[in-house]
Design a protein around this ligand. Structure first.
Ligand code: GLA
Length: 378
């Protein structure tokens, strides 16, 4: 890659199980998928009129944006992500240069496969790589900072630890896009591995790969056709409800309400807070059970857990919709061993697990665990 150019790819994700647990210090088991966003960044030539600007083009949308590098202002849609990433990288003290960005690919937006996190992470990797290359060119002698938690290819290091990238991207979602999401999508995109799901403990941010070897079984996603936006759906409200449940239970997070001794206090919560807390606590246990099922190669048990997760998301967390239910029904009628909505809900996609020799609907797509975000070489 020429020194004035950087490119990065970041995948979307499917969450196998563990929904709405991330902002409750719980557990989840996502994997990165093959579809993702590619960002190519060219540094503006020094002394050119563009050197203080960011010019961005979203190829599939055929839309453009232009803003001052030193002063990105709020915007809506995909522009909010680009401006937010530039602003947050600058705030984190990362070296940045005026650049021309091309954004391409990605899972469909609002389909529950984390197109937003793929965009944020790819932007973050490409822009910070471009900035550090420029800084290295000008500051002779600067070398490895000793950080061993990096994502990069062919000896080129990304200068930010993956956890920090995830946090930075989440700040963009929270403060620039208005969606009070957790770290699930970004961590899945950053830590993805072929043939593995990632057991993430959001209390410690420990990420443990769990082999996802399906043999002749298949995981598919079927789009409900209903698009969601977390900033305007009930997502933020669910998050507030969990915070309120914690206040009433007098615990820092719902993870602290898991012990049997807490059962009575949980039962005394007013509705709908009782059901919200019940979902989160039972979902953490389903994640543990899913890991055990995968380790025992018990895929029928995994299917039953997917079904149980969906029931809980539908009845207790209330994030399903008629379009999602119709999609779940189609997968079940086709013979799925388990099916559940994936992502935040209020639309998006449904995940289905199919046993060997069972055919899935034609418009469903098979998904496989793939590699995490990385810099691209020419
Ligand atoms: C969205 C959010 C995640 C997570 C899921 C629900 O994908 O971005 O942080 O909360 O919903 O599990």
């Amino acid at each position: 890659m020429p020194p004035d150019r950087s490119a990065a790819f970041a995948p979307g994700r499917v969450n196998l199980i563990g929904e709405h647990t991330d902002y409750n210090e719980g557990l989840a088991l996502p994997f990165a998928i093959a579809e993702g966003v590619t960002v190519t960044a060219h540094a503006a030539p020094a002394g050119s009129p563009e050197q203080d600007l960011v010019l961005a083009a979203a190829r599939e949308l055929d839309e453009r944006d232009e803003f001052p590098l030193a002063d990105p202002q709020p915007a809506s849609g995909w522009r909010a992500f680009v401006r937010g990433i530039v602003a947050e990288l600058a705030r984190a003290g990362r070296p940045l240069v005026g650049a021309c960005l091309e954004i391409s690919g990605g899972p469909p937006r609002g389909a529950g496969l984390s197109s937003s996190a793929a965009l944020e992470v790819a932007l973050c990797l490409a822009l910070s790589d471009l900035g550090s290359r420029a800084a290295h060119r000008t500051a002779a002698g600067s070398g490895d900072t000793g950080d061993d938690e990096r994502t990069g290819g062919e000896g080129r290091a990304v200068q930010l630890p993956r956890i920090e990238i995830a946090r930075l991207c989440a700040r963009v979602e929270n403060d620039w896009v208005g969606a009070h999401t957790g770290l699930l999508d970004q961590l899945a995109s950053l830590y993805g591995q072929p043939d593995a799901a990632l057991l993430i403990d959001f209390r410690t941010l420990h990420v443990e790969p769990v082999p996802l070897l399906l043999g002749d079984w298949r995981l598919v996603v079927l789009d409900s056709g209903e698009r969601h936006k977390h900033a305007s759906s009930g997502y933020n409200q669910r998050r507030d409800e969990c915070a309120r449940a914690c206040q009433l239970l007098d615990v820092p997070s719902l993870r602290d309400a898991e012990a049997d001794a807490d059962a009575d206090a949980l039962e005394r919560l007013p509705e709908p807070l009782r059901r919200r807390a019940l979902h989160v606590i039972s979902e953490n246990q389903r994640v543990r059970d899913a890991v055990a099922a995968l380790r025992a190669n018990n895929l029928p048990a995994l299917g039953a857990l997917l079904d149980a997760s969906h029931r809980s998301l539908r009845d207790d967390y209330e994030v399903s919709t008629p379009a999602v239910e119709a999609t779940v029904k189609r997968l079940r009628e086709a013979g799925a061993s388990g099916a559940r909505l994936v992502g935040g809900g209020f639309g998006g996609s449904v995940l289905g697990l199919f046993a060997p020799h069972t055919s899935y609907p034609r418009d469903a797509r098979e998904v496989h665990p793939g590699p995490g975000a990385h810099l691209l070489e020419p």
